[in-house]
Ligand binder design. Structure first.
Ligand SMILES: NC(=O)c1ccc[n+]([C@@H]2O[C@H](COP(=O)([O-])OP(=O)(O)OC[C@H]3O[C@@H](n4cnc5c(N)ncnc54)[C@H](OP(=O)(O)O)[C@@H]3O)[C@@H](O)[C@H]2O)c1
Length: 252
């Protein structure tokens, strides 16, 4: 059945692909962005700001589902999610789907604390809800190395592994959840392989033809201890199919 779906962060790395997937499934899709719509936007568009609340009532009106992919990459995710949830409550109680991160309750990073608080806002909102935790995206692992490309030495964190997932695999899962009934906290999802940070950095460098010295640095602190324990991994939930190497080959 076709639904009317708002995608917050529909211009972002994940949101863009979610929008495409939902349109392919025949849903009526509206993007929320702080920017004005591009000329001849082929779909619904709401201009609004989740930090100030401007435009958010109009954005959340007359939708069956909200797929919440917007992020400030920081503490402001709490206020952003609160504004969204409150507007959704005023405008017909749509099914709220929240894209969260694996390990946010175990790895003590400020961003993760904010995500955890945002999850609680969704779960206690009175809205029908679904929370999907996800491991790091391929794009993020590629970016961590690419930002260092002008340095002769590439830094990686020793003892840390990742299970990166392709946003197309994530979008497929979120579209499935959007088409279904509210499900609460659903099982986490991760990518098809677990690889060391060093190995992933080397794969990125090889794919771009760059030769660099890759250093493994042991970083102190509870957050990195959490990563070393593997609190960011879900080996039993390797749902993603597209590998990091396949992703890199397509980027070239
Ligand atoms: N990156 C990862 O590895 C990873 C892993 C697991 C889960 N996640 C989660 O997946 C979600 C999407 O992440 P992403 O990497 O795709 O994010 P992203 O590329 O950084 O995109 C962020 C989006 O948020 C929107 N946004 C930011 N501030 C806003 C505001 N004040 N009002 C309205 N919209 C605002 C931006 O839209 P405009 O600029 O158009 O306004 C943009 O579309 C996040 O919840 C993130 O925590 C990410």
């Amino acid at each position: 059945m076709s639904k009317s779906i708002l995608v917050t962060g529909g211009t972002g790395t994940l949101g863009r692909v979610v929008v495409r997937r939902l349109l392919d499934a025949g849903h009526d899709v509206r993007i929320l962005s702080r920017r004005p719509p591009p000329a001849q936007a082929p779909l619904g568009w709401a201009t609004g700001d989740l930090r100030t609340g401007a435009g958010i009532d109009a954005a959340t009106s007359e939708v069956d589902v909200v797929v919440h992919c917007a992020t400030t990459l920081g503490r402001k995710d709490v206020v952003v999610t609160r504004r969204l949830v409150e507007a959704a409550r005023r405008n017909g109680d749509p099914h709220m789907i929240f894209s969260s991160i694996v390990g946010i309750d175990r790895v003590p990073l400020p961003y993760y604390r904010a995500k955890l608080e945002a999850e609680r806002l969704v779960a206690n909102s009175g809205l029908p809800w679904t929370i999907q935790r996800i491991t790091q995206f391929h794009d993020l692992l590629a970016r961590i190395t690419s930002v260092q490309r002008f340095s002769p030495v590439i830094g990686t964190v020793s003892g840390v592994r990742f299970q990166p997932i392709d946003v197309r695999d994530v979008a497929e899962r979120l579209a499935e959840l959007a088409g279904g009934a509210p499900a609460g906290r659903v099982p986490d999802i991760g990518g098809p392989e677990i690889r060391s940070h060093r190995d992933l950095a080397r794969a990125y460098l090889n794919s771009t033809g760059r030769r660099r010295l890759v250093l493994s640095i042991r970083l102190p602190g509870a957050a990195f201890a959490g990563y070393r324990r593997g609190d960011n991994l879900v080996p039993n939930r390797a749902v993603g199919r597209i590998t990091f190497d396949e992703f890199l080959a397509e980027q070239r």
